[in-house]
Design a protein around this ligand. Structure first.
Ligand code: NAP
Length: 474
C-alpha cells in the first residue's frame, strides 16, 4: 500500500467519530474549501467524501443556490440532464461534514489568502464567467449579445434578472457550431407551450410567448464535418415540432479526405448523416424555420442604433486546416445576433491565471505559479482547469484527478500548522456577510418547486438576488 494510502486509512480511523457530526466544525479533521458549487466543485466534494480520509468541506458560491452550470447553463428544456442534481446534492446530507456557504463572493467577501489560512487545501472550481467575442465591427450594437447573456437570462441567473431580450425578429442569427449554439437556436425555435414546460422564470416565459421570431440562422464557420455539436444534441433539432430545418444539400458534399476522416469519427459520421437526412426533407410549413449555414462567418454587423443585418462571408478550408474568406458575401436581414462561440474564464483575485489558455495554470489539477512552480494546498477543477470543453459528466473524472493529487499532498499540508479552532463562518458573520447555508437553499428550492407545481411546471426559477435571499430565510 502506498504511504499516502496508509496515512489516509489511519486518518480515517482516528477522525471518523469527530467527522460525523453534521455541520459543526471538527478540530482534528482536515478541512478543504471548494470555491464554486457547480458540477466540478460538487464532483470534487463527492470524490473527497469517497476517499476514506476524514475531511470536512466548505463549499463556497457567490450565489445563494448551488449547482452552477447545471442550474444556470444546462438548457431549461433539458430537465433530464438536470437530474444529475440528485447525485450532486447527496454530499450535503446528514452525517457528512459538508457545509454550503452561498452568497459569498470569492475575492470580495473572502480572499484567497484567508482561505489558505483557514483550510488545509482549497479547490477552485469556478468555471467560466464570460463570453468569447466575435471581434467584428458592429458587435457593440444593441441586439448583438454573447450567448452567455442570453443563457443567463433564460436560466434565471441573477446577473440577468434586469435583462430583457426583444424577440421581435423576424430573423435572428446564432453564431457557432457547438452545443450552446444548438441550445440557443432550439429555444428560439420552440413554441410557447414547449417553453412553458420548462423551469424558466415567469418573465422569460412572457417574452418567449410574445416572440415573433420566424427564422433562425445558425452560422457555422466550418463545414458539417468539423462542427462541434454532439450527436444527441444535434438529433433533437430534427425533432422540433415548431420549426422546419433548412440546409443547402450542396454544403453536405464532402471532399474525399473529409469522407475518409468522418468514417473514422463516430460523432462526425452520425452528425453528417443526420444533416443529409434533413437536407432531403421537404419543409412542412411549420411556424418557424431553422436555417443551418456552413462555411459562413459573420464579418460585419450593420445598423446604427439597432441591427439591420449581418454580412456573412463564405469560407474555404486551407491545406493547413485554417480558414480563409473567399470574398463572397451575403447579407442576412437579422435584427439580433447571439454569438455562441465559446465561454471564457476570468482571472480570480489572488490566483494565478494564464491569459493565453484562460485557465488557472495547473499540473493535473495542482495550481502552478505562472513560472511553473507549485502552489502547495491550491487545486483547480473543471472548466477553470481545462477550459470550457466536455459535458457535465466529464467533470467527474476531472475532479477525481484533482482530488487524488490533493489527497496525496494532504499529509504534508496538515503539518503546516493551520489553527483548527478557527471557523470561517465566524469571520463571515463579523464581516456582515449574509451567507446562505444548505437549509436556506432548501427553503428557496422548495419555494421554486411549489410555484412549479401550481403551474404544472418542473419549477419556476426566482431570478433576482434579493428575492432569492428572502426565500432562503422564510
Ligand atoms: P464549443 O463546443 O467550443 O463551440 C464553439 C463554436 O464556436 C465552434 O463551432 C467554433 O468554431 C465557433 N467559433 C469560435 N470562434 C468563432 C468565431 N470568431 N466566429 C465564428 N465561429 C466561432 O463551445 P460551446 O458551444 O460554448 O460549448 C462549451 C462546452 O459545453 C462544450 O464542451 C459543449 O459540448 C458543452 N455543452 C454541452 C451541452 C450538452 O451536453 N447538452 C450543452 C451546452 C454546452 P471552430 O470549431 O472553428 O473553432
Amino acid at each position: 500500500m502506498a504511504l499516502s494510502s496508509v496515512w489516509r486509512v489511519l486518518t480515517f480511523l482516528t477522525t471518523k467519530e469527530t467527522r460525523m457530526n453534521g455541520s459543526a466544525l471538527v478540530g482534528a479533521t482536515a478541512r478543504v474549501a471548494v470555491v464554486g458549487a457547480g458540477p466540478s466543485g460538487l464532483y470534487a466534494v463527492k470524490a473527497l467524501l469517497e476517499s476514506d480520509v476524514g475531511v470536512g468541506i466548505d463549499v463556497f458560491d457567490s450565489l445563494p443556490a448551488p449547482y452552477g452550470l447545471v442550474r444556470y447553463g444546462v438548457a431549461p428544456d433539458n430537465q433530464k440532464m438536470k437530474s444529475v442534481i440528485r447525485v450532486l446534492r447527496g454530499s450535503f446530507t446528514e452525517g457528512n461534514d459538508v457545509r454550503f456557504l452561498g452568497n459569498v463572493t470569492f475575492g470580495e467577501d473572502i480572499t484567497a489568502a484567508e482561505l489558505r489560512a483557514y483550510y488545509d487545501a482549497v479547490i477552485y472550481a469556478t468555471g467560466t464567467q464570460g463570453d468569447r467575442g466575435l471581434g467584428i465591427p458592429g458587435e457593440e450594437l444593441p441586439g448583438s449579445y454573447g450567448a452567455k447573456e442570453f443563457v443567463n437570462w433564460y436560466c434565471g441567473h441573477p446577473d440577468a434578472a434586469e435583462r430583457d431580450f426583444a424577440l421581435h425578429g423576424p430573423e435572428v442569427a446564432v453564431v457557432g457550431a457547438g452545443n450552446v449554439a444548438l441550445d440557443v437556436a432550439r429555444l428560439l425555435a420552440k413554441s410557447t407551450e414547449e417553453i412553458a414546460a420548462t423551469d424558466v422564470p415567469d418573465r422569460v416565459l412572457g417574452t418567449f410567448s410574445s416572440s415573433t421570431v420566424t427564422d433562425i440562422h445558425l452560422l457555422s464557420r466550418r463545414g458539417p464535418a468539423q462542427a462541434k455539436f454532439t450527436t444527441v444534441e444535434l438529433r433533437e433539432m430534427g425533432e422540433l415540432a415548431n420549426a422546419d430545418i433548412l440546409i443547402d444539400p450542396g454544403a453536405l458534399e464532402l471532399t474525399p479526405e473529409e469522407e475518409e476522416r468522418i468514417a473514422a469519427d463516430r460523432q462526425q459520421r452520425k452528425n453528417v448523416s443526420l444533416l443529409r437526412e434533413w437536407a432531403q426533407r421537404p419543409p412542412e410549413g411549420k411556424p418557424r424555420r431553422l436555417h443551418l449555414w456552413f462555411w459562413r462567418s459573420p464579418v460585419r454587423i450593420i445598423g446604427e442604433n439597432h441591427i439591420d443585418g449581418v454580412v456573412i462571408e463564405r469560407n474555404a478550408l486551407q491545406a493547413d486546416g485554417t480558414l480563409r474568406g473567399t470574398g463572397e458575401y451575403e447579407t442576412l436581414p437579422v435584427s439580433m445576433i447571439l454569438a455562441a462561440v465559446g465561454y471564457q474564464a476570468r482571472a480570480l483575485p489572488g490566483v494565478p491565471f494564464d491569459e493565453h489558455t484562460n485557465t488557472v495554470p495547473n499540473k493535473n489539477g495542482c495550481v502552478l505559479e505562472a513560472e511553473g512552480t507549485p502552489r502547495p494546498g491550491e487545486y483547480v477543477a473543471g472548466w477553470a482547469k481545462r477550459g470550457p470543453t466536455g459535458v457535465i459528466g466529464t467533470n467527474k473524472n476531472d475532479a477525481a484527478e484533482t482530488v487524488d493529487n490533493l489527497l496525496d499532498d494532504l499529509n504534508d499540508l496538515r503539518n503546516k500548522g493551520r489553527d483548527s479552532s478557527r471557523d470561517v463562518t465566524k469571520l463571515l458573520r463579523q464581516r456582515g456577510i449574509d451567507y446562505v447555508d444548505w437549509a436556506g437553499w432548501l427553503r428557496l428550492d422548495t419555494h421554486e418547486t411549489t410555484l412549479g407545481e401550481q403551474q404544472n411546471r418542473p419549477r419556476v426559477k426566482i431570478p433576482d438576488l434579493l428575492s432569492m435571499l428572502e426565500f432562503t430565510r422564510k
